[in-house]
Design a protein around this ligand. Structure first.
Ligand code: NAG
Ligand code: NAG
Length: 207
């Protein structure tokens, strides 16, 4: 009969250590959520004027387009999110933000010169660490050129290129718009991030 050892096996110790480290990382690790909107001022019939993608910790997990007005889950996290009761709310938010961004694009269209349809890409980002919001921002590309950055944490607008400085002044003066972007990235985005993190934590990290 083999004698039972009272001291843990070294391999087991290693497992315990890894589990502990994983648990620590889950508790304090930073998580981020990002929604990428791509808006066209006009498009051919049957083509979506708004497409959106959602990324959790830089991993794509859902896609949306204005034609279907539906969320298409990608991967394991996407499936989990799709199955939650908040998925309808999320779809509604994506549709509403898409429509508002489209109206913003029409507003600035006279200021941007282009031959074809104008495009606006907007990236809403939020990050939290140990259940605290540590980052919230919006980044805008107009006609595929990085143009504006809005850091919601300190409410600071930055024009990345010269052409965007006029648009920056217009948007900066619009307190309602600032509040709207702030509510979305610090409020809604953070709320979802907290919820999706729970699903993320019970999932193996993709390699
Ligand atoms: C997503 O959810 C909808 C509604 O609950 C369901 O009909 C659909 O099959 C789900 N899609 C996937 C890929 O799980
Ligand atoms: C706002 O915060 C960002 C980092 O989040 C920093 O890079 C930027 O310099 C800050 N701007 C001001 C005016 O404090």
């Amino acid at each position: 009969v083999p004698r039972m050892s009272l001291t843990p096996h070294p391999v087991c110790l290693l497992c315990h250590l890894l589990l502990l480290l994983t648990a620590l990382e889950i508790g304090v690790g930073a998580h981020s959520l990002c929604f990428d909107f791509a808006i066209k001022s006009w498009c051919r019939p049957g083509q979506p004027w708004c497409k959106a993608q959602g990324f959790m910790n830089t991993n794509l997990f859902l896609q949306y387009d204005s034609n279907s007005n539906m969320v298409k889950p990608v991967g394991l996290l996407g499936k989990k999110v799709n199955a939650t009761s908040t998925c309808g709310e999320l779809t509604q938010m994506l549709g509403e933000v898409g429509r508002n961004l489209w109206m913003l694009l029409l507003d600035i269209k006279p200021q941007i010169k282009t031959s074809g349809p104008s495009t606006l890409q907007a990236e809403m980002f939020c990050q939290h660490e140990a259940e605290r919001c540590t980052g919230a921002s919006w980044q805008f590309a107009i006609n595929r050129e990085q143009s504006l950055l809005f850091d919601v944490m300190n409410m600071t607008w930055t024009a990345i290129n010269h052409e965007a400085s006029k648009i920056k002044e217009t948007w900066k003066k619009d307190r309602g718009l600032e509040k709207y972007f702030r509510k979305l990235s610090m409020g809604d985005c953070n709320h979802w991030l907290g919820e999706f993190s729970e699903h993320w934590e019970v999932m193996p990290e993709p390699t």
